[in-house]
Design a protein around this ligand. Structure first.
Ligand code: CP
Length: 326
């Protein structure tokens, strides 16, 4: 038996009738504003279901193959929790050394294999474009859980859902992105997704060597979004609605010396937030190393732990959508 929600986004009768049925989720560039709003609407329904009953049987009989070639806590666990809360099951491959990948199997062959056993697949891999290769071969919907320094589209959907739930809207916001904007795939996806909304302004706070890649800047500029650089977060904090902090991505540096030069360059403390708006939203995709002092955690404007929870609702929505159940 399927459950329905109060707002009527769930469910449809025929899986294949959904326009989302069988879609891959590879890049935020594939989405319109209406798509993003629909994902958010369904995620809000999922939040309501979880808070009311813990879950439902919308994906009963469906199997998720979840393969992570890079470490993950939130993305991996929230996808597994999402599938299980919807009544589905998971094949988790979080340690590729225990799979035939360790014998040199290609992403394409691994995707064909998992497509034989599962109905939907989630993949994280260090190579840009790896999820697209999996999608071209799996024969089932593939969701990109991070392809190297490329994109992390489900993170951007949960980030925008977080902003919507915290502030009630995504238009007219001043968003400040802090940290490793060169290597942080979450900010590449988030900047592109925010460009779908009206009157958004982006400020980049990053060392010169870790600035936002030009292709992202160009795409965002083409959408008419003003972008500026700033040296320190406290110079723009008073005019910021969303402060999005990222980790310096140590694993992407060629030498330890290069990482040491920028390590700890920005640390958000209660002092940084002095003079910030009362309804500022402080976000971080996590894990954090030391970019946000633990003293900030008690500030009600610190949304990064709520952000993790919102992620599970968004991933429930995406799984249900690409399997045609909503
Ligand atoms: N935000 C994020 O991708 O976290 P994990 O690396 O723990 O999945």
């Amino acid at each position: 038996m399927r459950m329905t929600s109060g707002s009527g986004h769930l469910p449809m009768g025929d899986d294949k009738a959904s326009p989302w049925y069988g879609r891959h989720i590879l890049s935020v560039s594939q989405f319109t504003r209406e798509d993003v709003d629909h994902v958010h609407d369904v995620a809000a329904d999922m939040q309501e279901i979880v808070q009311r009953t813990g879950g439902c049987d919308l994906l009963n009989g469906k199997i998720l193959a979840s393969i992570f070639y890079e470490p993950s806590t939130r993305t991996s666990c929230s996808f597994m929790a999402a599938m299980q809360r919807l009544g589905g099951q998971v094949i988790p491959i979080n340690e590729v050394r225990s799979s035939s990948v360790a014998k040199g199997e290609s992403i394409a062959d691994t995707a064909i294999t998992l497509g034989c056993y599962a109905d939907v697949m989630v993949i994280r891999n260090p190579t840009v474009g790896s999820a697209a290769i999996a999608a071209a071969n799996a024969g089932i919907p593939v969701l990109n859980a991070g392809d190297g320094v490329g994109e992390h589209p489900t993170q951007a959907l949960l980030d925008t859902f977080t902003i919507r739930q915290e502030l009630g809207h995504l238009d007219g916001l001043a968003v400040t992105l802090v940290g490793d904007l060169k290597n942080g795939r979450t900010v590449h996806s988030l900047a592109r997704l925010l460009a779908l909304y009206d009157d958004v302004r982006l400020t980049y706070v990053a060392p010169d060597s870790l600035q936002m890649p030009q292709d992202v800047v160009d795409q965002v500029a083409a959408a008419g979004v003003p972008q500026e650089r700033c040296a320190q977060p406290d110079q723009v904090i008073a005019d910021t609605d969303v402060l999005y902090v990222t980790r310096i991505q140590q694993e992407r540096f060629s030498t330890p010396e290069e990482y040491e030069q920028v390590k700890g360059v920005y640390i958000i403390t209660p002092e940084t937030l002095r003079g910030a708006k009362d309804d500022l939203v402080v976000m971080h995709p996590l894990p954090r190393v030391n970019e946000i002092a633990e003293e900030v955690d008690a500030d009600p404007r610190a949304a990064y732990f709520r952000q993790m929870e919102y992620g599970m609702y968004v991933r429930m929505a995406l799984l249900a959508l690409v399997l045609g159940r909503v």
